[in-house]
Design a binder for this molecule. Structure first.
Ligand code: PAF
Length: 292
C-alpha cells in the first residue's frame, strides 16, 4: 500500500479529550464507534487506519497515548516522538471525530497491579526481545476498549504479533469488539511506515531497506516451502549484516499467523514471515504474509 494523500482539513477538527469524563461526554449519542489506538507521531500509515475506521462507524475515535507499561528499561520511552498539535491536525484532515489523549497519571492513577497476561504467544519473537511488552500492550488496549466501548478497533498489520494477540484477547475474554487489520503502508522504496523511521539517518535508512528486501525474497521462494523461504530471506540479511551501517538481526521467523509458533518444514497454507533488526540505535520490525 502507498501513502494516502492528505485531505483538506474540515472546519472544527476533532473534539480533543484528556480524561475519561471528557471522553464519555464526547461519546454521548455517538452511534457506531470505531477506535484507532495509537501512540501518536501519526503518519500516512495511521491515515489508512483512520479511513478504514471511518468506513465502519458513525464516530471515529483516535487514542494518542505513549504507554509506559509497554516499554522496557533502556527502551525509547523518553525519546519516543510526541507532537499532539501535529497529530490533532492530521486527525482533523482525516475527519476524526474524537481524540483521546490522556496523561500517564490519568491512565494509571495507581501503580497497575492487575494486568492482561499475554501467555506463551506473548513470549515469542517481539515478546522474547522485549519482556513484558505485550502485557503492557494488552493491558492498555483492554483499558482503552473499556473507556471507549468501540464496536470495532483498527490496528496495523505491521505489528503482526500485536494484532494476533489482540484478536486472541478479544476471543478469550469475550470482548464485544470487532478487530480490523489494516495492510502495512510502505514508502515507495519499500520501507514500512513507522513512527520510529524519524530516528533513521539517510545511511541508516538505506541499510534498513534490507528488511523489506529480505521479506520480498522470502515470499518469492514460497513455492519451494518454508525452509526455502527462511533461507532466501536470511541470505539478504546476512549480506546486510556487512553493510555500513550494519543491520543487526534480532530475529527472522516464519510463523503460523494465529499462534506465532514456528512454521514446520511441511507447513502449508498461510504463514507470516517476520523480521526485527537494529540499525544504529533504531529497532525496526516488518513482516509479510506468505502462502505456502
Ligand atoms: O501499536 C501501537 O501503537 C501500540 O502498541 C498501541 C496498540 C497503541 C498500544 O499502546
Amino acid at each position: 500500500m502507498t501513502e494516502p494523500a492528505p485531505q483538506p482539513a474540515p472546519t472544527g477538527g476533532p473534539h480533543v479529550t484528556h480524561t475519561p469524563d471528557e471522553l464519555r461526554g464526547a461519546l454521548a449519542d455517538a452511534g457506531r464507534v470505531a477506535l484507532v489506538p495509537t501512540m501518536g507521531a501519526l503518519h500516512g500509515g495511521h491515515r489508512s487506519l483512520m479511513r478504514l475506521a471511518r468506513e465502519r462507524a458513525d464516530t471515529v475515535v483516535v487514542s494518542i497515548f505513549v504507554n509506559p507499561l509497554q516499554f522496557g528499561p533502556g527502551e525509547d520511552l523518553d525519546r519516543y516522538p510526541r507532537d499532539l498539535p501535529g497529530d490533532t491536525g492530521l486527525c482533523a484532515e482525516e475527519g476524526v471525530d474524537v481524540v483521546f489523549a490522556p496523561t500517564a497519571e490519568t491512565m494509571y492513577p495507581l501503580p497497575q497491579m492487575i494486568t492482561v497476561d499475554a501467555g506463551a504467544m506473548g513470549e515469542r519473537l517481539e515478546g522474547a526481545s522485549r519482556p513484558g511488552h505485550f502485557t503492557g500492550v494488552l493491558t492498555v488496549v483492554a483499558k482503552l476498549f473499556d473507556l471507549v466501548r468501540p464496536d470495532s478497533a483498527v490496528f496495523g498489520a505491521k505489528d503482526a504479533q500485536q494484532i494476533a494477540l489482540v484478536r486472541r484477547m478479544v476471543a478469550d475474554l469475550n470482548m464485544p469488539v470487532e478487530i480490523v487489520g489494516a495492510p502495512t503502508l510502505r514508502d515507495p522504496d519499500g520501507l514500512a511506515s513507522s513512527s520510529r523511521n524519524v530516528y533513521l539517518s539517510g545511511a541508516e535508512r538505506a541499510s534498513a531497506l534490507s528488511l523489506s528486501r529480505a521479506l520480498t525474497a522470502g515470499r518469492s521462494a514460497a513455492a519451494d516451502g518454508p525452509d526455502a523461504v527462511r533461507a532466501a530471506a536470511r541470505n539478504v540479511l546476512d549480506e546486510a549484516a556487512g553493510a555500513e551501517p550494519p543491520v543487526e538481526l534480532d530475529y527472522l521467523a516464519l510463523v503460523d499467523p494465529a499462534t506465532f509458533a514456528d512454521a514446520p518444514a511441511d507447513h502449508e497454507g498461510e504463514a507470516v514471515l517476520a523480521v526485527a533488526a537494529r540499525v544504529g540505535t533504531t529497532r525496526l520490525i516488518d513482516n509479510v504474509s506468505v502462502t505456502l
